[in-house]
Design a protein around this ligand. Sequence first.
Ligand SMILES: Nc1ncnc2c1ncn2[C@@H]1O[C@H](COP(=O)(O)OP(=O)(O)OP(=O)(O)O)[C@@H](O)[C@H]1O
Ligand SMILES: [Mg+2]
Length: 449
Amino acid sequence: MENQPTILVVDDEFGVLQSFKMVLKDEFKVLLAATGTEALDIYNKNAIDLILLDILLPDSNGLDLLEKLKELDSNIEIIMITAVRDIQTAVKAIRLGAYDYIVKPFDVVEVLKIIRRALEKYDLVKKVIYLKNELGRLNVFEEMIGQDIKMKKIYDLISMYSQTDGTVLIQGESGTGKELAARAIHRRSLRKDQPFVVINCAAIPTTLMESEIFGYQKGAFTGAVTTVIGKLEIAQKGTVFLDDIDSLSTAMQSKLLRVIQEKEFEKIGSRKVVQLDVRFIATSNQDLLRLIEKGEFREDLFYRLNVLPLELPALRERISDITLLVNHFLEYYSKNTGKPTKEISQEALQLLLGYDWPGNVRELKNLIERLTTIIKNPVIRYQDVSMLSERKKIKIRGMRLKDAVGEFEKNFITEILEQLNYNVKEAAKVMDVHRNTLINKMKEYGLKS
Ligand SMILES: Nc1ncnc2c1ncn2[C@@H]1O[C@H](COP(=O)(O)OP(=O)(O)OP(=O)(O)O)[C@@H](O)[C@H]1O
Ligand SMILES: [Mg+2]
């Protein structure tokens, strides 16, 4: 069967190998090795989830091998196999990073229990990384609002698409609800209890994109001091959300195309092929066909992605929903702040209905948030709305180029530092500036170091 965890058993006794195989083969993919050399060879060519390792091997010491394997991938779980007289050594092995040990002759139920627990630990590590990513995304469980016929068609497509496993391409202007729609598809699909992993193609610098997606093996490049789990691996069995796919470099487009086609990938610096079981949902707020004409987007990737298309309407194309959304957000922000729900006057609403909303639902949502925070009156009036939008215009007109560049620089530096856990040395290298230059900039912008 596909997607069973793979276990490598290393023991020099033929009988022991065979009995492990018998016990494990229904639940796991089992690989066998009789010597240390053979074990390393198999390890280098296969994606292994767990290793059962005999302490006494003909050509090497089990403890040395344990250290070597942990060096290669600190995330891999290793369970030692030992005879009663070697228990002392087994305890030492745990100090060196082994998960547990099994004493020969082993008890089948006990062995299965230990193995399952060790594999769960690996899943937990992945889950923690995933949840850290999801934290701070406020709209995770938000519902979609809208009764316009255009939205009803969208709801129909979403429920149809959730019943299948095909790749979805969501297009639409900025702020039309592309991420919301993607999450809705995931939540209604068979993968709903598995991760929904966001890969933000626009926010991650090109230089970091590959490690972010694929992860890397310790020692794959200078600076790769540990093995890192990539987003594809975290998403296993769930949904990969490729946000703003139009921003992807052409090199990454080719790599991604391969992954989507072959449903397999390799960590950077590793020759092991990992089978991938995920559903892809991509978004773009650019006209991809135009980008293809200009030679900026791969046509073959477009057709791979555009299996199930979803085109979200701009807010100005569904004016009847504006009132609904305004009331929804008024209630939403009053709930958030614990204040009574504000009302909106007819004149103020008319103003909102006549606006063309280039930033779509997001712009409307932000405006309502500002209104509920700033306006003291229980009713939002015409002049409140015109004042707030007017102030915004003045602010945009009054922005000096120098300040705009500074703001961009600050955001850019923050982004890269966050990606690299505030490793200033690495960040300076990525940005190709001297370390002191970066430190000075960080001081200038008041960024923590
Ligand atoms: N139909 C809707 N009902 C309620 N809220 C919505 C709706 N559409 C969008 N929103 C809200 O508007 C904001 C923007 O939505 P979302 O992030 O999904 O947009 P997007 O299309 O991905 O935008 P971008 O292209 O800028 O990334 C979010 O806070 C979302 O909750
Ligand atoms: Mg988005």
